[in-house]
Write a protein that binds this ligand. Structure first.
Ligand SMILES: Nc1nc2c(c(=O)[nH]1)N[C@H]1C(S)=C(S)[C@@H](COP(=O)(O)O)O[C@H]1N2
Ligand SMILES: [Mo]
Length: 355
């Protein structure tokens, strides 16, 4: 289902947009996004979870099933990691015609420090069978999507589950997870798009068959047409964003800045390889100049800061930024259309009036 730009935003899209908020772009100023500014996406309803009755069960094709309370999880060896997380549908509302779903512009992102238990250690303890192929992560939230009633569930291959550095997180930025971000426990898989990071986690099931659940087999597939099977959506493509300079117009959010030197800043990230370059354009992407990169975190999947000193001349300008990762992948100027509106990492454009 799609809508053209001239159709405007429907009531349903507006309701989704109001429930699932983005990070205001000035939030890029913080190296770790304050919790209330981190983007939010909830497919169904935020569940109310009683921590006393809650358990994490590791079961299926394992030698030793494990069932843990929250206190037992907190007593285990701790890991902490900072990751930038972005929704796979970020940029969806900028693709023409617009796929009908959560209508993100480009701010469905945030960075947080997660603390919890390494997934690999728990899997080792449960001892997956030699015939095991996948690990399914099951959550407490339920709903209906495209007519399919389900609980939110996603799988990883057993190798990905063991080797991706995934964490079963109970703290976000030093406090217990807030309800909307998955209390009491969520999966965090560094470098992957948001949908992989299952919130309200309660079950981990090792399987000997590939998981055919909706969120893997039907949704989150990159397809150019409804007819093709497509490929799975996995790691975040390289992307950079800037803090819009100057002051905004209330309604259009167009920017006004004073003539002379203007400090531009932002952040850049990528899910497969680290970002090695950010460039800035002041003419809508015709000419580019290198920005300076900072290295704020040792975690490879946390974003990097960038800055650039722009000599603003009187008139109207379109500012852009683009990131390149260590594999040489660069952000495109235009998005590539696909059915779900996924992986749109086209460069940001910011209209600025210099006076
Ligand atoms: N149980 C559950 N986990 C979930 C979701 C969900 O709806 N239910 N949404 C996923 C999607 S699509 C994204 S983008 C991220 C968003 O995480 P956040 O809201 O903490 O930013 O959570 C993922 N995990
Ligand atoms: Mo998402």
């Amino acid at each position: 289902m799609v809508a053209s730009a001239e159709h405007g935003i429907s009531r349903e899209e507006l309701r989704l947009a109001a429930r699932n908020h983005a990070m205001p772009l000035e939030g890029l100023r913080w190296p770790i996004t304050p919790v209330g500014l981190h983007y939010l996406l909830v497919h169904y309803d935020v569940p109310l979870v009683d921590p006393e009755g809650w358990r994490l069960d590791v079961s299926g094709a394992v030698e030793r099933p494990v069932s843990l309370t929250l206190d037992e999880l907190r007593e285990r060896p701790v890991v902490e990691l900072t990751v930038t997380m972005e929704c796979a549908g970020n940029g969806r509302a900028l693709i023409e015609p617009r796929p009908l779903s959560q209508p993100w512009l480009m701010e469905a992102v945030g960075a947080a420090t997660w603390r919890g238990v390494p997934l690999a250690s728990l899997l080792d303890e449960a001892a997956p069978a030699v015939s095991a192929v996948e690990v399914v992560f099951s959550a407490l939230d339920r709903g209906i999507e495209a007519g399919v009633e389900q609980r939110y569930e996603r799988s990883l291959s057993l190798a990905e589950a063991r080797e991706s550095g995934a964490v079963l997180a109970y703290d976000m930025n030093g406090d217990p997870l807030p309800p909307q971000h998955g209390f009491p426990l969520r999966l965090v898989v560094p470098g992957w798009y948001g949908m992989t990071n299952v919130k309200w986690l309660t079950g981990i099931t090792v399987t000997t068959e590939p998981f055919g659940g909706y969120q893997n087999a039907t949704s989150y597939r990159y397809r150019r047409s409804e007819a093709e099977p497509g490929r799975t959506v996995t790691h975040m493509r390289p992307r950079s964003l800037m803090v819009p300079p100057g002051i905004p117009d209330f309604f259009t959010r167009a920017r006004t800045v004073e003539i002379g030197p203007v400090g531009l800043e932002g952040r850049a990230w990528s899910g497969l390889e680290p970002v090695v370059r950010v460039e800035v354009s002041a003419d809508g992407g015709t000419t580019w100049a290198d920005a300076e990169l900072t290295h704020d975190f040792d975690d490879p999947f946390a974003w990097r800061g960038w800055s650039y000193r722009w000599q603003a001349a009187r008139g109207d300008h379109v500012l852009c930024c683009r990131a390149t990762d260590a594999a040489g992948e660069t952000q495109p100027l235009e998005p590539e259309w696909n059915v779900g509106g996924y992986e749109n990492n086209a460069v940001q454009r910011v209209d600025v009036h210099v006076r």
